[in-house]
Design a protein around this ligand. Structure first.
Ligand code: ASP
Length: 437
């Protein structure tokens, strides 16, 4: 059994949290590869080290004095080092190098990545295992995306030499040879890559919640945690705004069927959530999760005899393509077609889209409406249960919510409904109450 364990910033915010992490790793011998984030917030209004570093970069690139900011960042690490009583360990030399580079040639990604780099060094010293600089084993291509082929090869070869090691999260080397980071929250992706390259049995992702919740706790107080969720269900929910894991963290492990277990550093006894390729575990409820987003626009197009005009849909979509807008949904009727888009992508280009639709597809009319919210009700259990849609619509009707759009893919994994922005929270609460027992 081999496990890769990734710890988020709040799990490593200070020495006390570090000790919890140490205990978790020591409690299970199979936890052989450790991927740390940078120190996160110690209290509500605290500043994450990554944000301090980004600020440092801004100051340095304006040519201003950075010594105070470097001192403040160093203090965060020294607090951890002292708290862990690491006697013969110091980051003084590393900070000298960082300060020099930031003065001479400040680079954003290099600055941002130092949070993980330094935390990884502390972690390796604390655990007494090897430190592997992520810049030597993670590579990006010309477009700035992960170069999976090169990364997997080099990472696997390097891990083979170290049966136990720390690999800091969040960064690698860009095509130009400079340090490059993933987007924010990217240590999740590093963990997934390490799990894939080492062919781990489990990728444990330790955070500060006991798993993935059925819905947003800001809308429904204390929602239940999800025990098992498939990659596909998770993808649907994250796309619609639910966030626990970085979106790109699924791909490397999914590729080789490694399950992800989301766990809570502050409550290690909780089982957390299992994210798996496929499972025969019954969902307790037909629905696995509910997520949603506000602020979509609909473009409603009519044309008599549209149904028999071959190529009409393509012409309409071309109008969106020409304006570089991706569409979310496209429910259609006999002589009508509706395109749902993100308001922020569409608003500033609306007239250009409308004229393009007229030019390309010659419709009878085009009407635009804003203020639509989409709610995704996701569950692998829906396939084998009947009456889900009926229950869903009754729940919304009972709250007096008008449904403006419905979309169910033939995979029967999710039902998407459109409601007014103002009805968004009520809709989610009503669906939760109806389905989650
Ligand atoms: N430290 C980085 C961030 O704050 C990456 C991470 O924590 O995953 O986004």
């Amino acid at each position: 059994m081999k496990k890769v364990v990734k710890f988020g910033g709040s799990s490593l915010a200070n020495a006390e949290q570090f000790k919890k992490v140490g205990n978790i790793i020591k409690a299970d011998e199979s936890r052989v590869y450790v991927v740390p984030s940078a120190p996160g917030k110690r209290f509500k209004d605290d500043i994450k080290v990554t944000d301090m570093l980004l600020h440092l970069y801004a100051t340095a690139s304006e040519g201003k004095d950075i010594s105070e900011e470097v001192k403040a960042i160093k203090a965060r690490y020294d607090e951890i080092i002292t708290g862990l009583e690491l006697k013969d360990f110091s980051l003084d030399k590393d900070f000298e190098v960082i300060e020099k580079i930031m003065k001479e040639n400040p680079q954003r990604d290099y600055a941002a990545s130092r949070g993980e780099f330094l935390n990884g060094k502390i972690m390796a010293a604390y655990l007494g295992i090897d430190f592997i600089d992520a810049a030597e084993v993670i590579f990006f291509n010309e477009e700035g995306n992960l170069n999976s082929y090169k990364t997997e090869k080099q990472m696997a070869a390097r891990l083979e030499k170290s049966p136990r090691a720390v690999v800091p999260g969040f960064y690698g080397t860009g095509k130009d040879g400079n340090v490059k980071t993933f987007s924010r929250g990217g240590s999740d992706v590093t963990g997934s890559i390490v799990a894939q390259a080492s062919r781990a049995d489990v990728y444990e992702n330790w955070t500060d919640v006991s798993g993935f919740l059925v819905t947003d706790p800001r809308i429904v107080p204390n929602p239940k945690p999800i025990k098992y969720i498939t990659y596909r269900e998770l993808r649907e929910l994250s796309y619609m705004g639910a966030s626990v894991l970085h979106e790109d963290a699924i791909f490397p492990v999914r590729h080789c069927g490694i399950p992800i277990n989301i766990r809570n550093t502050n409550a290690p006894e909780d089982a957390g959530t299992w994210i798996v390729e496929s499972t025969a575990q019954k969902t307790e409820n037909v629905i696995t999760g509910i997520a949603g987003k506000k602020d979509f626009c609909t473009i409603f197009i009519t044309k008599a005899m549209m149904n028999s005009e071959i190529g009409f849909g393509r012409k309409v979509l071309q109008a969106f393509e020409e304006n570089d807008i991706s569409f979310e949904h496209m429910p259609s009727g006999i002589d009508t077609m509706t395109i749902v888009v993100h308001a922020d992508e569409f608003m500033h280009k609306e007239q250009s889209v409308v004229s393009a639709i007229h030019r390309l597809a010659e419709p009878d009319s085009v009407e635009i409406e804003s203020g639509l919210a989409l709610v995704a009700v996701v569950g692998r259990g829906m396939k084998s249960a009947s009456g889900t849609a009926g229950k869903l619509f009754s729940a919304l009707a009972a709250e007096g919510i008008n449904i403006k759009m419905i979309d169910q893919g033939s995979s029967e994994l999710n039902i998407i409904i459109g409601v007014k922005n103002d009805d968004f929270e009520t809709a989610i609460s009503a669906i939760y109450k109806t389905f989650i027992k």
